[in-house]
Design a protein around this ligand. Structure first.
Ligand code: 13P
Ligand code: SF4
Length: 338
């Protein structure tokens, strides 16, 4: 790794003790001694450089609880990026999230600790594909999931996240005075929106999330047969038969709110694995049954890479200003409607 291994000292131990309290269920003391020096250095550098770390709910607990300043789903991270007064944004998440921050804050330095942290949805569609779809569906508003590149956003009418997709579909159809929308690129998110908006015809595209598409309705039926009282929460990027078996579908933040508010005795989160790890300590009366998949892109982000990013200001996200201006219209439109 580019950053030389940092040594643990008693001073670092004392300074990071309150943070270790937040994650002690996840890391044994020896493991924490390897992480703490990075946590310490990152938090020091953030202050010196007036930087802020936006951490998605799929970040590992060391990042999420110990160095993240703004935590949440894609919607919250975009909303907060638009408001931050920091000079530097470090996106502890994937590339499209960092691009969204840059689109919303063109004057700020936006960094991604690993530029290869992509997303199968973002990689599955281009701006040229969107143009073809526009010709195929004339007069139909194009609602684009934020899990896309800046160019794709720029070619769209409005963006959405998993947390507001239903709201945006209804609002945009009303604005345009139409009963059809085109929701791209996630076919499963679009199918979910169609179930929630029976008066709308929801067209879609062939994209999917490589993590959530691996869950099946059978997986959920097996979980329920083993424990009929278990509560199953699933992300709307999951295939439709999965969502039909689940008790609740929602964005990562909505799943966290559900657990916090409802306190189910036993819960399964049908999504990325760090979700359960990040909220188990705050919900001691909830038993988390593990049935999750790792997102290889999210997992590229680590504490040493965040530290390196802050030290070197690499890798800086750039978006062509003309593309960024068009993409901002679509993102701003979403933020106004949500
Ligand atoms: P959320 O907006 O629900 O956090 O989802 C982002 C994501 O990439 C899910 O796979
Ligand atoms: Fe993309 Fe799926 Fe990973 Fe989310 S979980 S970043 S949608 S590949």
């Amino acid at each position: 790794m580019f950053t030389k291994r940092l040594e643990y000292t008693d001073e670092i131990g004392a300074a990071t003790a309150p943070l270790y309290d937040k994650v002690s269920d996840q890391y044994k003391e020896d493991h924490w001694k390897a992480l703490a020096p990075y946590v310490y250095e990152i938090n020091k550098l953030k202050k010196e450089k007036n930087a802020v770390i936006l951490a998605h709910n799929y970040m590992t607990p060391d990042i999420f609880h110990c160095v993240g300043d703004i935590l949440g789903d894609s919607l919250k991270l975009a909303q907060e990026a638009a408001k931050t007064e920091a000079d530097i944004i470090v996106q502890a998440g994937v590339h499209f999230m960092a691009e969204t921050s840059k689109i919303l804050c063109p004057e700020k330095t936006v960094l991604i600790p690993d530029v290869k942290a992509g997303c199968s949805l973002a990689e599955g569609i281009t701006a040229a594909d969107v143009q073809l779809l526009r010709e195929q569906y004339p007069g139909v508003p194009i609602i684009t999931y934020v899990n896309t590149t800046a160019e794709v956003k720029a070619a769209s009418d409005v963006c959405c996240t998993s947390g507001n997709a239903v709201k945006i579909a209804n609002a945009v159809a009303k604005e345009w005075g139409v009963s059809e929308v085109l929701m791209i690129p996630d076919q499963y998110l679009a199918a979910y929106v169609a179930t929630q908006c029976p008066d709308l015809k929801v067209h879609t595209y062939k994209g999917q999330c490589e993590v959530h598409e691996r869950f099946t309705g059978d997986d959920l039926r097996k979980i329920r047969t083993q424990d009929p009282k278990v509560t199953i929460l699933a992300h709307p990027e999951c295939p439709q038969d999965v969502l039909e078996e689940a008790d609740y579908a929602g964005s990562t933040a909505q799943m966290i709110d559900y657990v916090t508010d409802e306190q189910p005795a036993k819960v399964v989160l049908i999504t990325e694995c760090s979700m359960g790890d990040n909220i188990s300590k705050a919900n001691p009366n909830v038993e988390f049954v593990r049935s999750c998949h790792l997102c290889p892109h999210m997992k590229r982000i680590t504490l040493p890479k965040i530290l390196h990013s802050l030290q070197t200001l690499e890798t800086e996200i750039t978006v062509d200003p003309a593309v960024a201006a068009k993409a901002k219209e679509a993102v701003d439109h979403m933020l106004r409607l949500s």
